[in-house]
Design a protein. Structure first.
Length: 388
C-alpha cells in the first residue's frame, strides 16, 4: 500500500500563536490546565488587592492601578481559552455569549472540559491531539462508487411539528438530516404570549401578591404599611414581567435544556453533532406545549377569576394531591413527576437517538435523558429544602 503525506488546507495549518490569541484550537487537557492557572492567578490578585487595600486610604489609587489591568488580562485569557475550546468542538467562538446566562455557566464548563473535540482538522485549525501534522498516512484506496441511495421524502417545517405527535422517529430523523428550529421557537413564543394575555385578564395581581406575601416566612416581620407597599409595587409591574418571562421563558428553557442534553449525549452517549442539531431536536420536543398551553388557557377561563393556582395551573403532576401546607421540598419533588415532562423526555430520547442510532441502541438514549432529568430534580428539591 502506498504511503502519502497528509495534505492540509491553509485553514488547517495552525500557526504557533500566543496564549492571548483567539484563533486555533485547544484540547481538554490544555483547557483544564489553563482554567486552573487562571483560577489561581485570580485568587492571588484578589489576595494582593486585599493586602493593598488594608494599607490605608493613601494606598487606594494603587488598587485601581493593579486591579484594572489584572482583571482585564484575566478576562481576556479566559475568553481566549473558551473560544479556542469551542473551535475544537467545531463551533463559533461566539458561543462564549452563553456565559451571559449565569445558569448555563456550569453546563458550559462541563461541555468545554469533558466533550471530545473534532477528530482531525476542521475550519478553525488542526487537531491539537495530532503530534505530527505531516506524519505519513496510508493513501486512500480506490473503491467503486456505490449507486446513490433513494433519498427519504423531505418534510416541511409544519409537517415536522405535526409529525412529532404521530411519527416522532421518522420526524426526528428528518430534523437530524436538515436541522431547523425557527418554527418551533415562533410557536412557543406565540403560545407563551397567548398564555400571558389570559393570565393578565383572569388574575387579580393585587390579591395574588397579597397571598404570596402572607405565605412568606418574612410576613410576620413586615408591618401592614410595608405589606401594602410591596403589594402595590408588585401589582404594577406584574403584568409586564408576565409578558417578558412568559414569551421569552419557553425559548430560554429550551436553549438550556438543549445545551444540557447536547453535553450529556456527547459525554455519555458518544455522539458527535453540533448545537444547531441539538437545539433543533429540543425545540421540536418542546412542541408538547401545543397541547399544554391551550389546556392552561382553557382552565384560566373556566375557573372563576383569581382561583387558578399559577404555581401548578394544569395540575398534571403528583403535586396536585398535596395539601396547601405541604413541605416545599415535597411539592417540588412531586411537581417533577409530570405527564408533559415525561412526554417531552421521551421525545428528547427519540430525537437524540436519531443523531447516532448505532451508539444509542436500545434504552441507552432514554437512560441518558432521564438521568439528566433526575439530576435536575435532585437540585430542585435541594434548593426547595434549603430555602423552606
Amino acid at each position: 500500500m502506498a504511503i502519502a503525506p497528509l495534505p492540509l488546507p491553509e485553514y488547517a495549518k495552525q500557526p504557533k500563536g500566543s496564549i492571548w490569541s483567539f484563533e486555533g484550537r485547544i484540547g481538554r487537557g490544555t483547557f483544564w490546565a489553563a482554567f486552573a492557572s487562571l483560577f489561581l492567578l485570580n485568587v492571588l490578585v484578589r489576595l494582593l488587592l486585599l493586602g493593598i487595600s488594608n494599607g490605608g486610604r493613601e494606598m487606594q489609587p494603587l488598587v485601581i492601578v493593579v486591579a484594572l489591568p489584572a482583571f482585564v488580562a484575566l478576562l481576556w485569557l479566559g475568553l481566549a481559552i473558551q473560544v479556542k475550546r469551542w473551535h475544537d468542538l467545531d463551533h463559533s467562538g461566539w458561543m462564549v455569549l452563553l456565559n451571559l446566562t449565569i445558569i448555563a455557566v456550569p453546563i458550559v464548563l462541563i461541555i468545554l472540559g469533558c466533550v471530545k473535540g473534532t477528530v482531525g482538522p476542521n475550519k478553525y485549525g488542526a487537531d491539537p491531539l495530532q503530534t505530527h501534522l505531516g506524519a505519513a498516512v496510508p493513501a486512500p484506496e480506490v473503491q467503486a462508487i456505490p449507486a446513490p441511495e433513494a433519498q427519504a421524502p423531505v418534510m416541511t417545517p409544519v409537517g415536522r411539528v405535526f409529525g412529532i405527535f404521530f411519527s416522532p422517529k421518522k420526524t426526528f430523523e428528518d430534523i437530524v438530516r436538515r436541522p431547523s428550529w425557527v418554527l418551533p421557537v415562533v410557536i412557543s413564543t406565540v403560545l407563551g404570549l397567548l398564555v400571558c394575555v389570559g393570565i393578565n385578564q383572569r388574575i387579580n395581581w393585587h390579591e395574588f401578591i397579597s397571598q404570596q406575601i402572607e405565605k412568606s416566612p418574612q410576613a410576620a416581620q413586615l408591618s401592614t404599611e410595608q405589606k401594602e407597599q410591596r403589594i402595590e409595587g408588585g401589582a404594577k409591574i406584574a403584568p409586564y414581567t408576565t409578558y417578558v418571562f412568559g414569551t421569552l421563558g419557553p425559548v430560554v428553557v429550551a436553549l438550556l435544556v438543549g445545551l444540557a442534553m447536547w453535553g450529556a449525549y456527547s459525554l455519555f452517549g458518544g455522539i458527535s453533532t453540533n448545537f444547531s442539531t441539538a437545539f433543533g431536536v429540543t425545540a421540536h420536543a418542546f412542541m408538547t406545549g401545543i397541547v399544554s398551553s391551550p389546556l392552561f388557557i382553557l382552565i384560566l377561563y373556566l375557573k372563576p377569576p383569581g382561583t387558578v393556582d399559577l404555581e401548578n395551573p394544569v395540575a398534571t403532576n403528583l403535586a396536585a394531591i398535596l395539601s396547601d401546607d405541604s413541605a416545599k421540598w415535597l411539592v417540588a419533588l412531586l411537581k417533577s413527576f409530570d405527564i408533559f415532562v415525561f412526554w417531552t423526555l421521551i421525545l428528547l430520547a427519540i430525537g437524540f437517538a436519531a443523531v447516532n442510532p448505532r451508539k444509542l441502541k436500545g434504552a441507552k438514549s432514554f437512560t441518558i435523558a432521564f438521568t439528566v432529568w433526575a439530576v435536575y430534580v435532585v437540585l430542585r428539591v435541594g434548593v426547595a429544602f434549603i430555602t423552606s
